[in-house]
Design a protein around this ligand. Structure first.
Ligand SMILES: [Zn+2]
Length: 409
C-alpha cells in the first residue's frame, strides 16, 4: 500500500517538513567529537528541540530529550485487545540529526523543482530538492527524519483506519552520526525495541544489512635526532622518513581509491612527526574479520621492513570502531523478511547491498538491537550536489508504515 507516495496532500506536507529541517543548521564537528565533546556542536540542540516540539504536537505521549541530545519518542499501539497487540513487535525507527562537516550546512536554501519524467534524474515525474549550490542540502539524514515523521504522523492521524493497526513504536533522532560517535551515549535503558531500522541510505530500494568491520591503526615511529650537519657521523635516524617510507609501502591495490564492492582496504589518513618521532594514522576496513587480521599483519610487516632498512623502532595500536552487523542479523532472518515484505507492499524493489562504511545501526546491532538500514531518497551525500527525490522519500515513509502495520504472528 502507498499512503504518502502519490498522495498530493501528504507529499506536500513531507516536502514542507523536509525544507523546514534542512534550514536548521545542525552540522557536527569531527575534531570536537574525537576530543570527547558530546554532542560535538551546540547547534544540534536546535533541531532536537524542534523535533521534540513537533513530536509532542503529533500527540505522542512520551517524548524525551536526553541530557546528551537524543530525541526519543514512544508511540503506543492503537490496538486495544492485548492478545492481538502481541502480534506486532515494538520497532525503533532511527535517523540522525547532524550533517557532515566536510561541506557547510549553514544557511541552506532548498531549491525545489517539479520535473517531468524526461527531465528528472529519477526518470519519472518527480519533485527534486537541491541546495543553491553553496552548501550541502542535508538530506543526509533529514530525509530520514522526514520519512519517519511523515509515517508517524500518518499513523497517528489514521489510528482508526482498517489495516493500520500497529504495535508500539519508538522513534530516536540521534546526534553525531557523521563523526562516528552517534551511539556513544545512546539511551539504551529507555529503549524496548525488538529491532530497529535506520533510515539513512540513498536510492529507492536500498536495503542494507551488511557493513564494514572498522578498525583504526596508529603506527608510532621513533628515530634518533642530532644536528643535521652531523647526521651521518652521529647515526641519525629520521622518523619523518620512516613514516613516509611506511605509507609508501602499503599495498596500493588495497587502498580506498582502488577498491569497491566487497573489497576491503587500508587507508592512511594522517601523518605527523619530527626527526625524533612520527606517527601514521590509518583506518582498516573489511567485510570479513579474517581479512582485517590480514590487514593488521600487512601493517606490521610494512613497519618492520622500514625499521630493518632504516633503523629506529615502531609501535602499533589497533582499535576496533564497529563490527559488520551481518552475523547478528543472520541470527534474526525474520527481520529482513519483514522488511522485504514492507518494501514489496509499498511497491519498492529491494536492492540489497553492503554499506562501504559503518552506521549507527552497526553499533546498535552490537549493543543488542538488530538494525538494518533503508533508503531515504537522498543522493550524492556529503556534497554541494546533494539532492532529494520527493517520490522516493515518500516511498521510504510508506515502507515504514507497511512495516509498522505488519502482523507477524
Ligand atoms: Zn547519514
Amino acid at each position: 500500500m502507498n499512503y504518502i507516495y502519490n498522495n498530493k496532500e501528504e507529499e506536500n506536507k513531507l516536502l514542507d517538513r523536509f525544507c523546514r529541517y534542512v534550514k536548521i543548521w545542525s552540522e557536527s564537528d569531527g575534531k570536537a567529537a574525537d576530543a570527547g565533546i558530546f554532542p560535538s556542536t551546540e547547534r544540534q540542540w536546535d533541531i532536537a528541540k524542534v523535533l521534540v516540539k513537533e513530536l509532542r504536537n503529533l500527540g505522542t505521549r512520551n517524548v524525551y530529550l536526553t541530557d546528551n541530545c537524543y530525541v526519543v519518542a514512544k508511540i503506543d499501539s492503537n490496538i486495544v485487545e492485548p492478545e492481538e497487540r502481541k502480534k506486532y513487535p515494538t520497532i525503533l525507527l532511527m535517523a540522525h540529526m547532524d550533517t557532515v562537516d566536510d561541506v557547510s550546512g549553514e544557511n541552506v536554501k532548498p531549491v525545489i523543482s517539479m520535473l517531468s519524467a524526461s527531465e528528472s534524474p529519477t526518470g519519472q515525474d518527480d519533485t527534486i530538492v537541491k541546495s543553491d549550490g553553496t552548501t550541502l542540502l542535508g538530506a543526509d539524514d533529514k530525509a530520514g527524519i522526514s520519512a519517519i515523521m511523515a509515517a508517524v504522523e500518518y499513523l497517528m492521524n489514521h489510528y482508526e483506519d482498517e489495516g493500520l493497526q500497529h504495535g508500539p513504536i519508538e522513534v530516536m533522532f540521534s546526534p553525531d552520526e557523521e563523526t562516528g560517535h552517534g551511539m556513544d551515549k545512546v539511551p539504551l535503558n529507555i529503549l524496548k525495541a525488538d529491532y530497529a531500522v535506520t533510515v539513512d541510505a540513498g536510492d529507492e530500494g536500498e536495503l542494507e544489512a551488511e557493513c564494514f568491520n572498522g578498525w583504526t591503526a596508529i603506527v608510532h615511529f621513533t628515530g634518533k635526532t642530532c644536528h643535521t650537519g652531523n647526521g651521518k657521523a652521529n647515526g641519525m635516524i629520521n622518523a619523518v622518513t620512516l613514516a613516509g617510507e611506511f605509507a609508501a609501502a602499503l599495498p596500493h591495490d588495497m587502498a580506498p581509491e582502488t577498491t569497491e564492492g566487497f573489497e576491503g582496504f587500508i587507508a592512511p589518513l594522517e601523518i605527523n612527526g619530527t626527526i625524533e618521532s612520527s606517527s601514521v594514522e590509518m583506518i582498516l576496513r573489511s567485510f570479513y574479520t579474517d581479512e582485517i587480521e590480514k590487514e593488521k599483519e600487512i601493517i606490521k610487516t610494512a613497519a618492520e621492513k622500514v625499521i630493518s632498512k632504516f633503523g629506529g623502532s615502531y609501535e602499533v595500536e589497533f582499535k576496533q570502531q564497529y563490527l559488520n552487523m551481518k552475523a547478528k542479523l543472520d541470527e534474526r532472518p525474520e527481520i529482513m523478511e519483514r522488511l522485504e515484505k514492507a518494501f514489496a507492499d509499498a511497491g519498492v524493489k529491494p536492492i540489497k547491498q553492503p554499506i562501504r562504511g559503518g552506521t549507527d545501526g552497526s553499533r546498535l546491532t552490537e549493543l543488542g538491537i538488530p538494525t538494518p538500514n533503508i533508503f531515504t531518497g537522498a543522493h550524492e551525500f556529503h556534497s554541494r550536489n546533494e539532492w532529494l527525490s520527493l517520490n522516493q522519500c515518500a516511498k521510504a515513509a510508506d515502507v515504514l508504515i507497511n512495516l509498522l502495520t505488519q502482523k507477524v504472528k
